[in-house]
Design a protein around this ligand. Structure first.
Ligand code: BGC
Length: 748
């Protein structure tokens, strides 16, 4: 009792202090806004790319990036620009980041009238992408495969540390789009296909980036992107039209954003495409009514790259650039990543003077932007000293990275328990991903597309190098076999295969993202398929390692291989992690965060509708994926038993307790992800086959058992109805864990 009372009083004191701080900040913002000219306000809403304040026309790798003081003065003093983003074309040393950013912030602090710090933002997508020597983690899809939010939170915290250690306080991450269209070039940037899983992972990474309070030298502001629905293009090509009923948008795509906003995320970047014919950058309903009014978002919405001008040049809804600006700002855009042009400032100023954009809208946008600058503590500390970050790129961070990579790896096939391999045998290591850090890391690695090799660190191991360390160079033969899409020396690989015990073939997709990553065919490159087919003719056992951006179709070669090790983009420690799994130092525990298609013409997700299974009658079955969502093997066996629910009838004010016993019946320690699914048997909107409602990753020694318990509340059973409202309907539900199920009735 006493303890409860004390903690409640402490909470009260804490809340009062927090409210007082907030009021104080809001008062400062009011004061600042009241002293700003229209031009200064519009400047805060403008974001330019670094090139705009640097010497030379555009960046090229050979030139040293240097601030041009005349350009910088013009951008900050004449146009009052409030935000700068990006790198030149590639990764920079930390010293260089400090040199660039201290110069920018010095002009802001010493020469501008109001001394408002610049908000610098960068794409630090799987770690500090553009800082040399940073800790590059598995990409989001791989992180989702860990089903371990605590690893994801730690990865977020280390990434935040290293971004802030580069003098940058704002990270354009995480991507909270859902991967439900396998052709999409940014599949690997997401936390997978399921809104529940993406929400848990999204919350974890935002917590890692921001902590409780991002006014801290080791934290950055997160930017949720791309708000909202961006990933589900009908054509599968990046930035092409999306057709999506609002019902679906709310039940699936909005959910991870909604939760991350509730957990304190203060910036969002807007979806570059159109939904149902309206580009999101001009959509008042999505930007203002949903984001700001309904979700009570207090931060600001930044456009994606050049997306206002594209309302005119690409989407053709605005006859001029000026009309486009009015549309976007009136719809609710707060900051424009223009980013190569300053005419935005002049045109928006004119629009306000002409009464086409109300000053109240401008004040609202500026208030939101200043709120983030204050919350980040930029007015006191536009950056912290470089020496405050002794752990940057440290062995401690690399170790945490390795653990994350190990838990990401997903064993999808293991015929006759061929894995783990014995370290005494001889192996052929082959394939384009075998001896390169690029397919291990993917895009957003040192450069935008991640294909340059010259920025790769020399102290990180490729799969081949780590295999040689693992079992000794004398037992490893290497022949590359192919490039991404060319036969280099397949015949030689086949010849060498005769003399080994096992073949480890590492297929890889050329790193890419956004428009450059569009593809016409989901099938894995022909040359790489041929490599496997030719190797299979030797009769030697084949271990297939897949380092890919999205689930490339492998159905032609899958029956030819004995094991499939899915590695996604594992990051800089991926090379070390893969042999540790293949040779059994570590037991795999990753689970697929999406449905891996078998055919190029049959896509489905695990939560399909019953009508999708009807093709069976006609000799087809849409629901026949290569690998199912949530699947992943271990070197031990887990047995599920005693699924119990504490009630078989609940009312809307009740909750239901679901328990299951999991036993490690194998001979070694391992981790298992216990997944709870629920099916709504009948509903007024066609129900899904099942929906993920909970998961828990447990570690069990050989022979050990544990009981895992989940609580389901009626609100967890809700769906969005035809009126776009969340609704829990009475009726029969089925709870499923592993192969067991139990039914219960929800009554009104
Ligand atoms: C991408 C964003 C990225 C932005 C800034 C855009 O092209 O869609 O994800 O944050 O560029 O680099």
């Amino acid at each position: 009792m006493t303890l409860k009372f004390i903690s409640a009083s402490l909470l009260c004191v804490f809340c009062t202090t927090l409210n007082a701080q907030q009021n104080d900040t809001e008062a400062k913002i009011d004061k600042l806004i009241s002293s700003m000219t229209l031009e200064e306000k519009v400047g805060q809403m403008t974001q330019l790319t670094l090139a705009m304040v640097c010497k030379g026309e555009a960046f090229d790798d050979k030139k040293n990036i240097e601030i041009d003081p005349v350009k910088l003065d013009s951008v900050l003093l004449k146009y009052h620009v409030g935000s700068i983003l990006n790198t030149g074309t590639h990764t920079l040393p930390r010293e260089k980041w400090y040199e660039l950013i201290t110069q920018i912030q010095k002009v802001a602090a010493e020469k501008t009238r109001l001394k408002i710090p610049v908000l610098y933002g960068v794409d630090a997508i799987h770690g500090a992408t553009y800082t040399q020597g940073s800790t590059l983690f598995p990409q989001e899809l791989a992180m989702a495969a860990t089903w371990n939010p605590s690893l994801v939170e730690k990865a977020g915290a280390i990434s935040a540390y290293e971004v802030r250690a580069s003098a940058i306080p704002w990270n354009f991450s995480p991507v909270l789009d859902l991967a439900r269209q396998p052709l999409w070039s940014r599949f690997f940037e997401t936390f997978g296909e399921d809104p529940y899983l993406a929400t848990q992972m999204g919350n974890a990474i935002v917590q890692g980036y921001q902590g409780k309070d991002f006014n801290h030298p080791e934290k950055v502001a997160a930017c949720l992107k791309h708000y909202v629905g961006y990933s589900f293009a009908f054509s599968g090509k990046d930035r092409t039209p999306i057709l999506m009923p609002e019902r679906l948008l709310r039940e699936y795509y909005l959910v991870p954003f909604q939760n991350a906003i509730k957990n304190g995320a203060m910036t969002v970047m807007v979806n570059s495409t159109e939904i149902n014919g309206t580009p999101v950058h001009a959509d008042y309903h999505i930007l203002t009514e949903i984001l700001k009014q309904e979700l009570n978002f207090q931060g600001f919405a930044v456009t994606d790259w050049e997306d206002i001008i594209m309302l005119h040049t690409v989407h053709k809804i605005a006859p001029t650039y000026k009309d486009a600006i009015a549309m976007a700002i009136n719809a609710g855009i707060d900051m424009s990543m223009t980013p190569l042009d300053v005419s935005f400032c002049k045109l928006l100023t004119e629009l306000v003077k002409e009464g086409k954009v109300p000053i109240s809208r401008i004040d609202d946008a500026v208030r939101r932007i200043l709120r983030v600058k204050y919350k980040l503590g930029l007015f006191e500390h536009p950056y912290y000293e470089m020496k405050s970050y002794p752990k940057f790129g440290s062995a401690e961070f690399a170790e945490q990275n390795l653990q994350t990579a190990l838990e990401s790896i997903t064993l999808l096939k293991n015929k006759n328990d061929i894995l783990p391999l014995s370290k005494n045998k001889k192996v052929l290591v082959t394939g384009v991903a075998a001896n390169s850090l690029n397919p291990l890391n993917g895009a957003w690695t040192h450069t935008w597309q991640g294909v340059e090799t010259k920025f790769n660190p020399t102290n990180k191991k490729t799969i081949l190098q780590a295999m040689q360390d693992e079992i000794g160079g004398d037992k490893v033969v290497f022949v590359q076999g192919t490039d991404y899409d060319k036969d280099l020396n397949i015949a030689l690989a086949v010849k060498e295969a005769q003399n080994v015990d096992y073949i480890i073939v590492c297929l890889g997709e050329k790193p890419s993202t956004e428009k450059p990553g569009d593809i016409d065919d989901l099938t894995m490159d022909k040359a790489q398929l041929n490599l496997v087919k030719e190797l299979a003719k030797t009769g030697k056992p084949i271990i297939l390692v897949l380092a890919e951006n999205r689930p490339r179709i492998i159905s032609e070669i899958e029956p030819l291989v004995d094991a499939v090790v899915m590695t996604y983009h594992l990051g800089n420690e991926g090379g070390r992690a893969i042999p540790e799994i293949i040779f059994g130092d570590v037991n795999p525990s990753g689970k697929l965060p999406f449905t891996y298609p078998r055919f190029t013409g049959s896509f489905s997700t695990y939560d399909y509708k019953a009508s999708e299974t009807r093709d069976q009658t006609f000799g087809f079955n849409e629901i026949n994926p290569q690998y199912t969502f949530g699947s992943g093997l271990s070197y031990t066996r887990f047995q599920y038993s005693n699924l119990t629910i504490d009630k078989n009838k609940i009312s809307e004010s009740d909750s239901i307790k679901v328990s299951v016993e999991v036993t490690n019946t194998g001979s070694r320690e391992g981790k298992e992800v216990v997944q709870l699914y629920v099916r709504d048997e009948y509903a007024s909107i066609t129900p899904s086959n099942k929906r993920l409602k909970g998961f828990s990753k447990v570690n069990l020694k050989a022979g050990e058992s544990t009981v895992v318990t989940f609580i389901i509340h009626p609100k967890d059973l809700a769906f969005v109805n035809a009126k776009n409202e969340w609704l829990t309907e009475a009726g029969d539900f089925t709870v499923m864990i592993d192969k067991m199920s139990k039914g219960f009735l929800l009554s009104k």
